[in-house]
Design a protein around this ligand. Sequence first.
Ligand code: NI
Length: 220
Amino acid sequence: MRIAIANVLNADEVSQLRSSLESVRFLDGRATAGYAAREVKHNRQADSLDRNTSALRDLAAERILSNELFRLAARPKQLTPITFSKYEPGMRYGNHVDDALMSGIRADVSFTLFLSEPSSYDGGELVIDTTAGEDAIKLEAGSMIVYPATSLHRVAEVTRGERLAAVGWARSLIREEAKRELLFDLDTARKRLFAREGKSEDYDLLSKSSANLLRMWAED
Ligand code: NI
């Protein structure tokens, strides 16, 4: 399941983050890529040893983890440290699959939080391989795409401007994508039912199923 979440950061937070990142050192992204991904990875990443980077990571992580839609779709137990990436003209990240473990944490769910306005750069789409073909994604600044970490994906070459994004991974309480989707659908329907008719008998039954499936599947 892929889900786009709008307004993870509001406009003020986006500009604050963007201007703070101007004073952060960016390094060659190949330093954190495996031997095969290194061949196709052409971007820059905020230096994780820069003290400013960790404060910005914390801010982004706090906003992401407090987003209700993200919590429902990803069921996060823990986030890996967030990476700020920058693509300038000519930079791209070819097809790859993300590592299974990031900083010792199992990566179940990947996310990209867009920080640049789409009109300020050309190219730079996140292209995800699906059984139905490729899906090219480019969202408003402050919006985030959440997708299974099991997917092959790439970042198309930026041909104008600069593409800034925050990327990261979540270890989910629910390892399997199909189960996460089932719980997401069930809870979404449950909430709509509650909005429509309050705490009815049907609502209680759906709540029971949702809670007990979570109990059955959660790896805490
Ligand atoms: Ni990736």
